[in-house]
Design a protein around this ligand. Structure first.
Ligand code: ADP
Length: 471
């Protein structure tokens, strides 16, 4: 079985969040399981691009909105990722520093998708499956089904995985001429609420749709940024598959970003050493429980309530707990969090920005990981935290409620709460402070979490079953 993953992100080439982690790991584990999995993505200008060797695989041209572009597809030369990685270079459109956030993103990502289909059309054989991820590749199922240029790809099943339904790639109908000529009778398959909606279109046109946790699949029927009725209507072809994690990358015994490695047997000492170095780096008191937050500073992650919540906690539980944050996102939240940096010496630090190395050090050195997310399709942070023996403190939603059991329940190892509110987080932190005093309880939770297997090895079969159902 040959699977082509089409995505905007793929770790380690380019990552803004969980999508990058998933697309950088799933294909590797699919290859290990005997399939042929490949990834194609835009050629963003990242460090990985410049530090690695590439072969030219294909040269072609495409047109969007009456403009002609040459494009080149390059392939990672050494196979060191465990899968073939192809990058699409469209001069001036895709070769930019950031993955997203440009005014012409709709245009850029449409050009990317057209390039991918032109490339696949030139192949002598057909891949078994085209696996699209989120709205950036959401027009592919429609184009394969309905565009005259891609008739010969029509028999290839398309799968859509929804990592985040909040972002849908909306385009006004005045842009419809950007899409290669298609059967006019099928216009409705592009539309949702009078706009071209690439995510909605993919839900309609893909042969199967998967979401990244079971609970998220359920939630989408009543909370999906306007697509609720569509999810209800298409529920027959939707499947929830919990994300896995890449145990090779996320392993406290071998993690390339850690100075002190540790495993289940020496977790107490290992975490203490990592905590010490982290606290030293940020001037934090290492005697108190260290609560970490790693993530995008956006409403979905409830980052907006963090500043006030932390202030209330650091006043109410003075000198009892410390916070370390790394994240970027909404400017107002970034500003609030960084202006607090001088207010609580020894007990609070926020690092604004994206820092892969620091995030690994934090999973290893933190005692508790806070995730008050309002929406969390799967959430990988809590699974990384568990693997590093860090107790997850999460709101009961989406993938968080599928993976974390409260320490009050049998076999529990985490802290769960219901509302993204100051009160719920305050109460959860006070539970953390209490349990932290009980070294035996902490150790047993750490050991229990660290042996839970969230590896992709387990999950690959579930994707294979989805592919087989359409082949
Ligand atoms: P989402 O995809 O919604 O952002 P996930 O929990 O699925 O959330 O994945 C987040 C991934 O991004 C994790 O690997 C996390 O460690 C990483 N991450 C998020 N923000 C940062 C940051 N500022 N610095 C380093 N890593 C980050």
């Amino acid at each position: 079985m040959e699977i082509i993953h089409v995505s905007a992100e793929c770790y380690p080439m380019a990552k803004a969040g969980g999508l990058g982690d998933v697309v950088g790991a799933l294909p590797k584990y699919q290859n290990k399981a005997g399939q042929i999995a490949k990834v194609v993505m835009p050629m963003h200008r990242t460090k990985f691009l410049y530090e690695n060797k590439w072969d030219v695989d294909f040269k072609g041209y495409l047109h969007v909105a009456g403009q002609y572009y040459n494009f080149t597809i390059i392939k990672e030369a050494t196979q060191k990722l465990g899968f073939d990685l192809y990058l699409v270079d469209i001069n001036g459109l895709l070769d930019r520093d950031k993955i997203y956030g440009y005014d012409d993103d709709s245009y850029r990502y449409l050009a990317f998708q057209i390039a991918v289909l032109n490339w696949l059309s030139a192949w002598e054989h057909r891949p078994s499956i085209i696996h699209c991820h989120d709205h950036h590749s959401g027009l592919i199922p429609f184009m394969i089904k309905n565009c005259f240029d891609y008739r010969k790809l029509q028999s290839i099943p398309t799968i859509l995985t929804i990592h985040n339904a909040q972002y849908q790639g909306w385009m006004g109908w005045d842009k419809s001429y950007w899409i290669p000529a298609y059967d006019n009778w099928k216009t409705g398959e592009l539309d949702w609420n009078n706009t071209i909606n690439p995510l909605a279109s993919a839900i309609k046109c893909a042969w199967k749709v998967t979401t990244v946790s079971w609970s998220y699949l359920n939630e989408l029927k009543y909370n999906s940024n306007g697509l609720e009725a569509l999810f209800e209507y298409e529920k027959g072809k939707c499947v929830g598959i919990l994300n896995g994690i890449d145990n090779d990358v996320w392993n406290p015994q071998t993690d390339i970003y850690l100075k002190t490695h540790y495993g289940i047997d020496d977790v107490t000492e290992g975490k203490a050493m990592n905590k010490q170095s982290l606290c030293k780096q940020f001037g934090l008191n290492e005697q108190v429980p260290l609560i970490i937050f790693i993530g995008r500073l956006v409403g979905e992650k409830a980052a907006d309530i963090l500043p006030e919540t932390i202030k209330v906690i650091l006043h109410g539980m003075k000198d009892a707990v410390a916070f370390l944050i790394v994240g970027s996102g909404d400017t107002a939240v970034e500003w609030q969090l960084s202006t607090m940096n001088n207010l609580y010496p020894g007990y609070y630090r926020a690092v604004i920005g994206y820092n892969e190395a620091l995030s690994h050090e934090m999973y290893a050195g933190g005692d508790f990981l806070l995730m008050p997310s309002r929406v969390e399709p799967c959430g990988l942070n809590q699974m990384y935290a568990m693997r590093y023996g860090t107790v997850p403190m999460v709101r009961s939603t989406g993938g968080l409620q599928d993976t974390v059991i409260d320490m009050g329940d049998p076999d529990g190892f985490g802290i769960r709460f219901n509302h993204a509110s100051i009160h719920d987080i305050y109460y959860s932190v006070s539970r953390a402070v209490e349990v932290y005093k009980d070294a035996d309880h902490m150790l047993s939770m750490r050991k229990y979490m660290m042996q839970i297997n969230h590896s992709w090895d387990k999950t690959v079969d579930e994707y294979t079953a989805v592919y087989q159902s359409v082949l």
